[in-house]
Design a protein around this ligand. Sequence first.
Ligand SMILES: [Zn+2]
Length: 393
Amino acid sequence: MFHLPTPYPDELLGSILIRAQRLTGLGGKLLLPKLTGARITTHSPVLTKYPLLASSHGMRMEDFVKQHTLLPYATAYMEPLQRDRIWARLLSEPHATNIASLAQHATKGITHYQLCRACMGEDLRHFGESYWRRSHHLPGVGWCLKHDRLVVATCLSLCSRETKLLLPHEAPQVGQPLAWAQLLRNTPGKKLSQASVATLHEPADRGYASHRKKATQAGYALSRHNIWGQVLAQDLRRYFTSPLLARLGSDFELEPRSWPTTILRPSGGSAAPVRHALMDAFLSSAPRPSRPPDAYMRRKKAKPKDWRAIELRALKTMRAMVEEHVRSQTRVTVTELVERADLSGPWKHRRSQFTEINGWLQEFKASPQSERQTGRRPRAYTSRRKRSQKAPP
Ligand SMILES: [Zn+2]
C-alpha cells in the first residue's frame, strides 16, 4: 500500500491523482490499481468510491470524500433521506454506488480545468507547486471568492482519459478568461459562486423546503402553502439574464411547469444542483416580487355572477320547454328542466339564489306536464324516453 502526502486544502481529486502519478513516477495504468485495489485504468477527477485511495493519503474515506470530491455539491440539495442514503451507501458498500451518474450530476457544463491566478501564485510561494481546487470547478462558478477575481479556463480537459498530468502553473494558455466570463462579472455571478461554493463547506438543509421558506420570507407566498412560482421564475430570469442561464443549460420559457416552479416541490430534489444553486443565490439576493401577491388575488377573482340574470334566462328556457310539452302532450321532470336550463350545478349548490324558479317549479310540479304530479302520480321509474311518450291523464 502507498503512503502519499495528505492532499492540500480543497484540492480536487483529479489534482491529487495527477500529483500521485508524478510523485510515484507511475502512469495511471500501473498506479490506479495499486491506489484503489480495483482493475481500472482511468478514474473520475471529481468523485471516488475507493476507500483505499483515501487511506493511501492518510485520510478516512468520509473526510476524503467531503474535502476532495464534489459529492457534497452533488448531494447538497437532495432530500435529506436521499442524501443520507447515498452517503451511507458510499461509505458502507462503496462498490455498489454508481458514481458516474453522480459525477455527471455535479459537473454540468464543466469540461476543463479552471484556475485563479492569485491562488496559483500563493500556492507556488507556499508549497513550491500549485494545485487544482474543487471550488473552481463547480458549474456556474466564475469567481475565486478568496481573491474576488475571475476564474480562468485552461485547455486541459477534465476527461480522465486526456489528462496531461499538468498543474495550474504549467497549464498552457493560462490567463485566458472563461469565454462566458463577462456574464459573471456582476453581483448575480458572485452570488451564484457563493451559493455553490458554500455547499462544499457548510452542511445545511438547502432543499426545496429551504427555498420555499426563503421565497415566503421574500414575499412570494400567495398563501401558507402556495408560492407564486410564475413571478418568482420571471424575477429569477431577469436577475441572472437568459444568456447566463442558457450557458448553464438552465434557461426556460415562462410557463407553469418551468424549472424554478417545479424545483419548489418535493420532487425538485432531483434537479441538477446548478439549478438549486441558482435559486439559492437568487433568494439570498434579497429579492422583492416584481408583482405583489395581492395582484394575483385580484387577478384570480372572477367577476361576481349576476344571479338574477341567470335566473331569468333559465326561467325563460324552462317555460319554453314546458310549453313544448304542453303542445306535444308529454311530461317532463324537474331534473330535465334544470338540465336544459344549464342550471344543474347552481341549482344543487346555490338554490337559495333562485327564489322565483323555486316558486315556479312548485306550480309546475302540480301541473299535468310534471312527470310526478304533486299529490296525484307516484314517482315513475321508467326511462325518460318512455315517459315522454306517455300522454298526460
Ligand atoms: Zn484565488
